[in-house]
Design a protein around this ligand. Structure first.
Ligand code: P1T
Length: 396
């Protein structure tokens, strides 16, 4: 169902989330809910002749169940689960070798920025950052040795929307070997399917909306190409950043309500964003669902709506932002996003503190930029909470 002119949500998503990979017939017991298989190793009838599984790092029945469901939701073919979003990113980076070059969008989660600058570069891989909303700027940073393009859209925390199809085309025009990666954490496959726009790998922090209950740290990668899948399967096992069966069970369960949760996050975040933009102490609201967002038209062509996470700039400086955040009573002052509970944070001192100050200034990550993750509470209560915090901050 299309909403506000956004891309139509094809029917069938919730059915896939509930049934793909979950067939009761695959368990001897006929269990309707997939069992949590905690065994780290599996009996082999003859040496090196496993029945299906051999060792828990290379494969586990609970993990495979989740991976199948993830691949189906994404219109993909192969899913890989990891111990965290950064674990997934680290494994994807290991597809590269010293001497290779990566083109990355300038506004990414602070932890990804830190991984690129402080770890990946040390391994002899070059990185160039560019504003991916400007195709000319992106084209200029490509090099003969560029092997990967990495983007988040919408970006974290500035909420810039990137044209996935245009960037993928640009990369593939230079070489079909360039691997295009999209971090789809902010939207989930319910609201955006990057593989349908020419992306090779979709990466997730499953810790966020996909799990949605703020009780498991996990990541994932989804691909269509069999050869790329083989390389990732090798690295998943060889590097070992795999999740526990218990966490796989939790995320697999959470996917059953993903469609319902995302619908509510989508509705509530627009209600709160529309309220904030009229508030006298708010200078600007960055929400791709608002018509005044600079890439709103692109968002409507590429997304089936926007999730619950967005940012805004408030009046004052650090003193006011601190007072505001500490006055909230329903919103919890904490990093992360995508859970049922609403969160508020200050990217400059929290999630993006590891981004060099110069890059933060260039992007607009100031001490007045607040990022919200709108949860599943009643939106009227969230608005009242924000109003109360503004009053506590600004009334004499
Ligand atoms: O925390 P982890 O599961 O390792 O995922 C890292 C990660 C990757 N990609 C994006 C877009 C993310 O937002 C994150 C984690 N982000 C936060 C903790 C945050 O508050 O933004």
């Amino acid at each position: 169902m299309a909403q506000n002119g956004f891309l139509e949500q094809k029917p069938g998503f919730a059915t896939i989330a509930i049934h793909a990979g979950q067939e009761p017939e695959k368990w001897k017991s006929g269990a309707v809910v997939p069992p949590i298989v905690t065994a780290t190793t599996f009996k082999q009838p003859a040496p090196a002749e496993p029945i299906e599984f051999e060792y828990g790092r290379s494969g586990n029945p609970t993990r495979n169940t989740l991976e199948e469901c993830l691949a189906a939701l994404e219109d993909g073919k192969h899913g890989f689960a990891f111990a965290s979003g950064l674990g997934a990113a680290t494994t994807i980076y290991s597809l590269l070798s010293a001497g290779d070059h990566v083109v990355c969008c300038d506004d990414v989660y602070g932890g990804i920025n830190r991984l690129f600058r402080n770890v990946v570069q040390r391994m002899g891989i070059e990185i160039s950052f560019a504003d991916f909303t400007n195709l000319e700027k992106v084209e200029k940073v490509f090099q003969a040795n560029t092997k990967m393009v990495w983007m988040e859209t919408p970006t974290n925390p500035m909420m810039k929307v990137i044209d996935i199809g245009a960037i993928s085309k640009l990369a593939k025009k230079r070489s079909s070997d360039i691997i295009v990666v999209v971090d789809n954490t902010f939207l989930t496959p319910y609201l955006q399917k990057p593989l349908n726009f020419g992306t090779d790998i979709v990466v997730y922090s499953l810790t966020k909306y996909m799990n949605g209950h703020s009780d498991a740290i996990m990541g994932a990668a989804i691909v269509r190409d069999d050869k790329l899948a083989e390389r990732l399967r090798f690295l998943q096992n060889a590097m070992g950043a795999v999740p526990s069966p218990m966490d796989c069970y939790l995320v697999n369960r959470s996917l059953k309500t993903l469609a319902l949760r995302m619908e509510q996050h989508k509705k509530s975040s627009l209600i709160v964003a529309n309220w904030l933009k009229k508030h006298p102490q708010v200078l600007s609201v960055m929400h791709p669902g608002l018509p005044e967002h600079p890439q709103h038209e692109l968002a409507r062509r590429q997304m089936s709506g926007h999730s619950g996470v967005f940012s805004f700039v408030m009046a004052g400086g650090l003193k006011e932002s601190r007072k505001f955040l500490m006055s909230l009573q329903i919103f919890i002052l904490a990093e992360s996003l995508g859970g049922y509970e609403s969160l508020a944070e200050l990217p400059s001192l929290m999630t993006h503190a590891s981004v060099p100050a110069e890059q933060r200034a260039e992007l607009g990550i100031t001490d007045s930029l607040i990022r919200l993750s709108i949860g599943l509470e009643d939106p009227e209560d969230l608005i009242n909470d924000l109003e109360h915090a503004f009053k506590a901050t600004f009334s004499k």
